[in-house]
Every structure is written in C-alpha cells, then in structure tokens.
Design a protein around this ligand. Structure first.
Ligand SMILES: C[C@@H](N)C(=O)N[C@H](C)C(=O)O
Ligand SMILES: [Zn+2]
Length: 222
C-alpha cells in the first residue's frame, strides 16, 4: 500500500512539473536574458504570490521563444538586452485576478500599481484581461536593460512595469524625449521580430502568428 502511495505521488509530481512539448523555459534558450517573475513574488499589483506560479520560471511557446531570442540577438549588438517580468500565465492565475478584482476593499498595492485608476475599472480599462494572451503562451511582458557595465540596469520607460495608468500607454506624450525613445526602441525591436503591442501597456507584446491562438493553458509553472 505504502509503495503504491509513493508511486502515485511520484506520478502526480512528474505530471505537474511537465511543460508541454511545444513550450520552453526561456532561460534555457536565452542565457543572457534577465528574468524577474513578479507574480512569483509579493511585489505585484495584488501583493501576494499568484496561484500557478510555483517557480520563478519564464515559459513561452517555442515559436515565441525563438522570436524573442532573435530580439535579444538584435539588442546585444548595441550592449542592450531584455528583461522579462511575465511570460506564460496559467489560466488559474487569471481566474485569481478576476476574483481579486471583485473584492474592492483589498487595495493594499494601489499606491504603487494603480494610484490613478479605480480598482473596479482595471479590467474594463484594458489593464488586466479575464482571457489573457499570456495563457496562450506567446505573450510576454518585457523591458530593456543595458548590459554595459556590471549589473544589468533597466532603461527608463517613464513608468514601472504593471503601472496601470494612461502614462503607461506606449503612445503617451507626457514623457521625456529619452523615455519615449526607449519605449519606441523596445516597440521597434519587438515588432521587427513579429510581435504586436498593446495600446495600454508599453511592456506587453504578443507574437502575431502565435501557435495556440485559441487555446488557454493551465499547467502550473514548476
Ligand atoms: C496584468 C498585466 N500584466 C497584463 O498582462 N495585462 C493584460 C491586459 C493581460 O492581462 O493580458
Ligand atoms: Zn502582459
């Protein structure tokens, strides 16, 4: 009986940690990539680790990962690189965001993440989606880093990642020339390799010819 239980445990652990064959851990294929998976931490708009993020791994479809690797190659020539904040997002994480949004009293991260938008408007204003491209596995949240000097340092994009505000719209004009140039550079290198952008968030890009355009995945990030 005990051996049988151990066998069942081993099988279920193995099942949980399996990434589907069409997906890949970005750090395995992009050695110079910076990754800070914020939904694995408490530093995000909710204020706690998000269900489905059991490891700080950035996973994408192999097709999107190949396109992102080409972006990285283009940037490396200029001493720049990419930093990823979020990639594949399990549907259970999205469902958790939906439940969180219904509790209007929980605004513990408002000051840092959405000071100018009411919590009740975050979905309707396009900052969070109930059906997210991230769950299709070919959407990624990225910024640019300078690799010149010691530690990679983020370029100034005018706002931080997941700052839900009109100021984060890529086309917002109330920025310095340098901030606008940084956003446009990020957008251009991503577009050149086949990604499209989101009007409300300078950091959010989806592969145009995504391989799973109708499928929303829910495997846990292990
Ligand atoms: C929540 C934010 N990081 C994001 O990804 N927003 C878009 C709209 C999404 O949820 O797909
Ligand atoms: Zn995103």
């Amino acid at each position: 009986m005990m051996i049988f239980s151990l066998f069942c445990f081993a099988v279920s652990a193995a099942e949980k940690s399996t990434i589907p064959p069409a997906f890949v851990d970005l750090e395995q294929v992009m050695p110079t990539l910076e990754v800070e998976l914020r939904y694995f931490s408490e530093d995000n708009f909710v204020g706690e680790r998000i269900p489905g993020y059991n490891k700080p791994k950035a996973i994408l479809s192999k097709k999107a990962a190949a396109a992102l690797a080409r972006v990285q190659d283009d940037l490396l020539e200029f001493g720049l690189g990419l930093k990823v904040y979020d990639a594949y997002r399990p549907q259970r994480a999205v469902d958790f965001f939906v439940r969180w949004a219904q509790d209007l009293k929980d605004t513990r991260m408002k000051q840092h993440y959405y000071p100018q938008v009411q919590k009740k408007d975050l979905f309707s204003h396009g900052y969070i989606a109930a059906k997210s491209g991230h769950s299709r596995g070919s959407t990624v949240d990225v910024t640019l880093v300078s690799l010149m000097g010691g530690k990679p340092s983020e370029l100034d994009m005018g706002t931080t990642w997941d700052y839900f505000s009109i100021k984060s719209w890529p086309a917002n004009l109330a920025l310095t020339a340098q901030q606008r140039a940084n956003r446009m550079l990020l957008q251009q290198v991503m577009l050149r390799q086949g990604f499209t952008f989101l009007e409300e968030e300078w950091w959010h890009f989806t592969l145009k010819d995504e391989p799973f355009s109708e499928q929303y995945f829910d495997f846990v990030i292990e």
